[in-house]
Ligand binder design. Structure first.
Ligand code: PGA
Length: 237
């Protein structure tokens, strides 16, 4: 596990952007894994800037997102589908058919969980996967206690996660109770993993990760089982 501390959020975002830019330059048909939340917004700004300056193109790339809330339509401004188009996909040249975001539509959730795993396999696996971390150590929406063998599945969100994510919603009641997420086993299959961490609220999670203890009670600790993980962090938001 490689740890890189940056001076601030801007430096963190530029650094992770360089990893994605290199990946796109090395292989134009690369498979990218994306995350949502507050932390990656700076990365997406950097990628859009580099695309606008003709430094990178996404025309041959594929993408898989980590997770989605259950029960929010794609057009809902709080859905991760909406987020990804707002911050990235509307501004770049990735083909719509190459963009994959788990569907939070309850009516075919069973089918979509299995299909998601298969789609990633057919694409040849994820070359570089971006992760954030929750204050409880979740990665994707894999809450504490999630089995390390899990593939894409439905989860009930912890109260702490729903509280933390309230900032993205108009009020607490509207934060969904469930989500669909790539499982820990699916995450560990990515060839390269980059975990972004920003802000003091994540300090306890980072401290635990540094102990090296591996436990299903702290999902991010599964990353110790992977051989190519880079953690880029800053305590300055
Ligand atoms: P954040 O979310 O980037 O909004 O802090 C990260 C996460 O909960 O995985």
């Amino acid at each position: 596990m490689k740890w890189i501390k940056t001076q601030n959020y801007g430096e963190m975002s530029r650094l992770v952007a360089q990893l994605f830019i290199k990946q796109l330059k090395d292989n134009r048909n690369t498979v990218l894994g994306f995350a949502t939340g507050s932390t990656p917004i700076g990365l997406y700004e950097e990628l859009v800037k580099n695309y606008n300056e003709n430094i990178i193109s996404f025309s041959g790339a594929l993408s898989f997102n980590l997770d989605e809330y259950i029960g929010l339509a794609r057009s809902n401004e709080f859905s991760y589908y909406y987020y990804m188009y707002k911050h990235l996909f509307s501004h770049i040249d990735m083909k719509e058919s190459n963009i994959h975001i788990p569907s939070g539509d309850l009516s075919f959730i069973e089918r979509s969980s299995a299909a998601y795993k298969q789609l990633i396999e057919v694409a040849g696996g994820i070359d570089i996967l971006l992760l954030g971390i929750g204050i409880n150590g979740h990665i994707g929406f894999n809450e504490p206690g999630t089995c390390f063998n899990s593939n894409t599945h439905v989860v009930e969100l912890e109260t702490s996660t729903r509280k933390a994510n309230k900032i993205h919603f108009d009020n607490q009641e509207n934060v969904p109770t469930h989500a669909i997420t790539m499982g820990i086993a699916s995450i560990l299959k990515a060839k390269k993993i980059v975990l972004l961490v920003s802000g003091q609220s994540k300090q306890a999670a980072i401290d635990f990760l540094r102990t090296g203890e591996v436990t299903e009670q702290f999902p991010a600790s599964a990353l110790h089982l992977h051989e190519d993980v880079t953690i880029i962090y800053t305590d300055v938001k």
